[in-house]
Structure formats: C-alpha cells, structure tokens
Design a binder for this molecule. Structure first.
Ligand code: ZN
Length: 201
C-alpha cells in the first residue's frame, strides 16, 4: 500500500439509482444521485458508489470513474484517525494527489483526462472562497488533480505519506499559512519554490 499503514476496514456498495435513497448515510438528508461518498454511519464504514456517475463529473474519459473511486478511498483512509480542520484545498488535495498516484502505479494514463481540464477557471485553489456552485466545485477539484498529478510526477508519491502523517499529528485547526507549510515541507526542499511557480496554486 502506497501510504504504508493498515488499510481501513470498509465495505464498498455499488448502488443503482432506484435504491439510492436506501443507501447508508449520516442523518436524514437525502444525498444527490450520482455522487459517491464515504460514510461512517455504517458498520463497517461504507464507500457508497453510484452505478451511474453524476454528469457533474468532468471531464469524461476512461479515467473519470476510477479517479472518483480512488478519491473517496483516500478520504476513507485519511479519516481512520482524527483529522483537524484544514483549508478545503488541502483536505481535497490529498485525495486528488492520491488518485493521480494510484493511476500512475496501475498504469492508467491520465494525459487525455488532464488535457481536457480547464487550466484557468478564473480562480486558484487557494483563492476559491465562500459558496461554490457545482461547476466551480468541479473546476476546483480538477485544478487540484492537475497540481497533484504534477506533484507526483515531480517528486514521486512519497510526499503523500509524509503529508498524511503530518496532518494526523496536527492538534489544532490548520489555518492557511500552516497548510501551505505542511504541503511544502512534505514535498521536500524545493517544495515551497515549486508551489510558488504553480499558476493554479
Ligand atoms: Zn473529496
């Protein structure tokens, strides 16, 4: 396993549209159809996967579904231990970089997928504030995927393990400056410089 700790015990459920409202979830609120999620409301915790992925997910390539599944698995993995609050970009960077790393390890080429991503949606991953609509959320996730895939290309995937460990050790809310420091340090000696050179960051 890439992150070299025990994988979480979980069940994956593939749910067809008609049964979506019966899937385990925390609270009474119904979840929108087609959006995978991880829930600790089931024993063992469950990864709930829609048989039909929401059209919100873009771009649509052979990589789309596997990336979404690996993203949710990485969340499940991270949540095995208490994780303090972090800026959204850091909390979502981990699963996006992890899914890019898994793709690389299993030989799933991401070139086509990454090539279809809008590189300048009008904000950076650190700049997206307040309520974001579904399109902005997707653009945000896609910027993080670009950043994560390039980070894996540049530094190898060892930084993910360092970043996850560092996050597990944080005891207080991680604010912006600390979040940038954690990521830069996990990447290594030129991490800060590399991040500063990234337009989507
Ligand atoms: Zn996520």
């Amino acid at each position: 396993m890439m992150l070299e700790v025990e994988p979480p015990k979980l069940e994956a459920m593939l749910i067809i549209d008609e049964d979506w409202d019966e899937a385990p979830r925390g609270g009474e609120r119904l979840y929108p159809k087609g959006l995978p999620y991880f829930t600790r409301s089931a024993r063992p915790p469950a990864l709930v996967l829609p048989a039909t992925l929401s059209p919100i997910f873009r771009p649509r390539t052979q990589a789309t579904y596997p990336l979404v599944v690996w993203h949710e698995l990485a969340h499940a993995f991270l949540l095995q231990k208490e994780v303090v609050r972090t800026p959204a970009w850091l909390g979502e960077f981990v699963p996006q970089a992890a899914s890019a790393a898994v793709a690389r390890r299993v030989g799933l080429l991401l070139d086509e997928h990454l090539g279809m991503i809008e590189r300048d949606p009008g904000f950076t991953v650190r700049g997206l504030r307040g309520h974001a609509d579904a399109d902005e959320q997707m653009a945000f996730q896609n910027l993080l995927l670009l950043l994560g895939a390039d980070a894996v290309e540049e530094f190898g995937d060892g930084f993910l393990k360092r970043l996850v460990r560092a996050l597990w050790e944080e005891m207080d809310i991680v604010h912006e400056e600390r979040a940038e420091e954690l990521l830069a340090d996990a990447l290594g000696p030129i991490g800060r410089e590399w991040l500063a050179s990234r337009p989507e960051f």
